[in-house]
Design a protein around this ligand. Sequence first.
Ligand SMILES: NC(=O)c1ccc[n+]([C@@H]2O[C@H](COP(=O)([O-])OP(=O)(O)OC[C@H]3O[C@@H](n4cnc5c(N)ncnc54)[C@H](O)[C@@H]3O)[C@@H](O)[C@H]2O)c1
Length: 365
Amino acid sequence: MRVALVGTGNIARIHAEALRGLGGRAEIVAGVDVDGAAAKSFCRTHGIPHSGTDLARVLDTTRPDLVHVCTPPGAHLEAARTALAYGAHVLVEKPPTLTLRQFAELEAAADHSGRHVATVFQHRFGSGARRLRALHDAGVLGRPLLAICHTTWYRTQEYFDVPWRGRWDTEGGGPTMGHGIHQMDLLLAILGEWTQVHALARRQARDVDTEDLSLAHVGFANGCVASVVNSVLSPREQSYLRFDFARATIELTHLYGYGEDAWRVTPAPGHEEAVLSAWHGGERGVPSGHQAQFAAVLDALEAGARPPVTLAETRRTMRLVAAIYAASFTGSPVGPGDLGPGSPFHERMQGGGPPWRLVARQEVA
Ligand SMILES: NC(=O)c1ccc[n+]([C@@H]2O[C@H](COP(=O)([O-])OP(=O)(O)OC[C@H]3O[C@@H](n4cnc5c(N)ncnc54)[C@H](O)[C@@H]3O)[C@@H](O)[C@H]2O)c1
């Protein structure tokens, strides 16, 4: 598989190393960045033969099968469109677009091109998450009743010095869109369709345009309910997911990725044997991360199948993000049907704007 990377900043390095770790299954043929010096230096470091600043021109010359979009979020849609127009499949970093409207445009471009677009949500691909999903699908764990999905991270004010961070028009949102989205996507990968969201978002301590924390209660079609917290204000950082099924509690405690030892299983009385033998008998040993997802993407593309995470699944996650903003800023519960074209939250994640938009920056510093 011939791969081009567009955007050669921080996450592109993880992409290049993860692709190299796949042992020859993928060849990186080009690195593209609006900053020509950055592209050149990146390509030199990673032994990539072709660098450039103009994506279309580079694609025309190198004709990759797959383009990884690693630019800041505001440039994802345009880069993906260009790649699709040149007949490449696309793997786009999270968040795939800034708004639901842009996301619909991305889906239309993918449909029109006949190529696939997948989103990077690497937490789905560790063997622990895959095992959990398999056990749940097989009915081993019983009905999901309650879930906790807390992404409590810490980012200093300096983190937001990068010009595209902390702004609705370039990042699409704060920790709900940019940080907690990984765990919320994994929550949805296990629990399926969400039906209702109640939420609060606040700009509590950082000098940013977006929220710096959000809290939500989410209801699911299967009857489960979840507590969701997304924060960049939490000095003791943690990523925590907990599922209380009728027959077991399954917990995942980590920070930016997990291995086997991050999982804890507590069977309900009377279900010890069935739960533990199924849990210990499942797939094991693969940590979460870009490399695990890239392997799954290549497996699918080589088999002519739709690579994970599909646009349909990503749409559900993006709608949950939009619903948290909509419920927070309108003060009313929100369902997936409330977010179609015509809703201000379809046009922009912040809809008509958060309640703090008129607050002077000094007041929050
Ligand atoms: N999956 C994860 O865990 C994870 C982690 C960090 C970042 N990300 C995502 O990766 C993306 C990039 O983040 P980053 O931290 O690498 O950012 P970065 O600022 O370090 O790098 C972005 C690069 O893209 C370049 N660029 C900007 N506009 C461009 C355009 N139109 N065409 C080509 N190049 C362009 C910039 O010059 C820069 O070199 C974001 O969407 C971010 O949310 C994902």
